[in-house]
Design a protein around this ligand. Structure first.
Ligand code: FAD
Length: 594
């Protein structure tokens, strides 16, 4: 940022006093963070010092539609790009979700640092700690729970940290002689998964376990555990973490791995983003690329409720027989209109093998007059290396902005999610025991009952019960709820509407309908809870209002995570909604309660 911009920023930050930092720290309440307008908000001179220390990369984030009042052209530009996740991610005030009914609304930070390296992050962390500011960390901006958006905060934005290095034989710092060298990739925390896949798979012919949605940030996903389409074969994304560079609340830039700061390293593997420090670089194990990636698809419409019940029961049995293995992931939707929508993916099977797997089920469907195929049924397998190619890939939507990377694109199937406003969202890990033949009727009945209220999406790649033994072992060594390894799927029930950002020119929301939707989501979830009362939930894809989040997200790991949090962040500098230690803070993260 140029000096004149900084002056503008300073002028906009009201009522700054000029207390020396040490004195300020003494007189400020230890129980509340400061906001713009508070007497102890940093002075213009102090902001200037920070700006100099971070090489001018201080900025003042704006709400996405902030420009609308001043200029129609600015407003139009945002509106035109609103369905492009790469555009949203490039905006300091951007969030990939436009809000959640009665939960949270995007709000830009008071100011931010667009970090160029770990030292910039350390400067920002030290500044926030000294001046008692609320920190918020943002990478790819995909938090459903709104944890990378906090008004009146100092934003630490990792978007510019995009270095990528491939290693043939990586050994973590301090691990020589203790850990075997392994092929790996180091990713700056600003990378998105498409950057990782382009470098590792498309260009180098190997595999790294990341997320399904290509524009999700690598650091946010790994810290929440993280699943991709092929997690059954390779474990959750956190399971592949070999090392991280992280700036902790004391401002130290640490290299953490199984050999040094091992507890903190473990906590970063699924203990939640924005909680233990700011990750600036991740090193992830890479794997041999399977020969084939592919999928199975189609939509089957049942002609009556009874036929739909029978279809669900048949699919559950077929799933247990043929799909409960490391090959098959992604989704099946059980819908209120009595249709079953297949959009599954597989790794490791040729086209012929994939078709052979599905043949009995497809034949059963086609043989009955009770079912109409409304979207052709099929299965495939093809060369894995081209899976994430963007150009010429009909399943991918490229980032078409002038100057955009030719390697950036996102799945057609993710389009509806970009900028969506949520009415409600919930998820449960359904235990594999429900697939036992004796339990299958209860599972099928619960799915039918839930689908009377809302569509139920079964994400099979997000339950690891039928993953490879190596994937299960590695995933159990993460901070995620160990219950994930006993689940055959993560059931997600969610709904919302098209973008509704603050200030966006659009017709007012129908709040009554939106609340009705939220109630329907709760009702559908309650039906599934009847057969899985103790089911946990995946923190990144979960209910904002979940009252038992500690247990659901982390299970038996919560006490250990809380102790690690206390050790590395005793003053609670890093607080997010339903993050470890957040129960000690007010909902806005500004006031310490205990
Ligand atoms: C459209 C969409 C698709 C999704 N698809 C998948 C999927 O396929 N698989 C899956 O497992 N999940 C998926 N998710 C959930 C997603 O993985 C999580 O929301 C994840 O945390 C997002 O990371 P981010 O960096 O993009 O988001 P952000 O909102 O930037 O960050 C998420 C959280 O991590 C923190 N954080 C981010 N970067 C850092 C850092 N460098 N250091 C410390 N903390 C940090 C933030 O403070 C915030 O609390 C999806 C979400 C959306 C909205």
């Amino acid at each position: 940022m140029q000096r004149r911009n900084l002056l503008k920023l300073s002028a906009a930050l009201p009522l700054a006093l000029t207390l020396p930092a040490r004195l300020a720290a003494r007189v400020m309440s230890p129980f509340a963070r400061v906001r713009p307008g508070d007497p102890y908000w940093p002075t213009p001179a102090q902001w200037s010092e920070l700006e100099a220390a971070v090489g001018g990369s201080l900025l003042r984030p704006q709400a996405l539609f902030a420009g609308c009042a001043a200029s129609k052209a600015a407003c139009d530009e945002v509106a035109q790009n609103l369905r492009n996740p790469f555009y949203i991610g490039d905006q300091p005030g951007g969030t990939q979700v436009s809000g959640w009914l009665d939960a949270w609304t995007p709000a830009p930070s008071a100011c931010g640092v667009k970090a160029r390296n770990a030292q910039d992050v350390a400067q920002a962390v030290n500044f926030a700690r000294t001046h008692n500011l609320r920190i918020v960390v943002k990478g790819g901006a995909h938090s459903y729970l709104g944890t990378s958006s906090a008004p009146d905060s100092l934003l630490i934005w990792t978007r510019a940290l995009t270095d990528i290095t491939l290693h043939d034989a990586f050994v973590g710092e301090g691990c020589a002689g203790k850990a075997a060298a392994t092929p790996a990739v180091s990713l700056g925390a600003g990378c998105m998964w498409i950057d990782a896949y382009t470098a590792v798979t498309t260009r180098a012919g190997r595999y790294v376990q990341g997320g399904g949605c290509t524009s999700v940030g690598v650091a946010g996903l790994v810290q929440s555990g993280g699943f991709g389409s092929f997690s059954r074969g390779f474990g959750n994304a956190a399971a592949g973490l070999l090392e991280a560079q992280v700036v902790t609340a004391d401002g130290r830039v640490r290299i953490v791995n199984a050999c040094q700061d091992a507890d903190l390293f473990w906590a970063l593997k699924g203990g939640g983003g924005g909680t233990f420090g700011v990750v600036t670089r991740l090193t992830l194990r890479t794997h041999e690329l399977p020969e084939f990636f592919g999928g199975a698809w189609g939509t089957i419409q049942a002609q009556s409720d009874a036929a739909f019940r029978a279809l669900i029961a048949r699919f559950v049995a077929f799933y247990a027989e043929r799909l409960a293995n490391p090959h098959w992931g992604e989704q099946v939707a059980v819908k209120p209109d009595n249709s079953l929508e297949l959009s599954m993916v597989q790794q490791g099977l040729s086209r012929e093998e994939a078709r052979a797997v599905w043949q009995p089920f497809f034949e059963w469907v086609k043989a009955s007059a009770d079912y109409k195929i409304t979207d052709e049924l099929g299965a495939s397998g093809h060369q894995a290396q081209s899976w994430w190619e963007i150009q010429g890939n009909p399943s991918m939507i490229p980032d078409k902005r002038p100057g955009a990377s030719a390697d950036h694109g996102y799945w057609q199937g993710d389009q509806d999610q970009v900028g969506a406003f949520l009415h409600g969202y919930d998820s449960l890990w359904l235990p594999a025991a429900l697939l036992d033949p004796a339990a299958q009727p209860r599972l099928a009945a619960a799915l039918f009952a839930a689908s009377r209220h809302k569509k139920v999406d079964l994400h099979f790649n997000k339950g690891l019960a039928f993953a490879t033994p190596a994937a299960v072992k590695a995933s159990l060594d993460t901070a995620m709820n160990p219950g994930v390894t006993e689940a055959f799927t993560l059931a997600i029930i969610a709904d919302g509407e098209r973008p509704s950002y603050p200030g966006e020119p659009r017709p007012p929301m129908n709040l009554e309908a939106a609340h009705g939707d939220a109630r329907a989501i709760d009702a559908a979830t309650a039906e599934l809870r009847k057969v899985a009362p103790q089911a946990g939930s995946y923190l990144s894809e979960s209910n904002f209002f979940n009252a038992r989040w500690q247990q659901d997200y982390f299970g038996s790991h919560y006490a250990r995570l809380k102790a690690i949090k206390k050790q590395y962040d005793p003053e609670g500098l890093f607080i997010v909604h339903h993050g470890v230690g957040s129960e000690d803070w007010s909902a806005d993260g500004f006031t310490r309660l205990k």
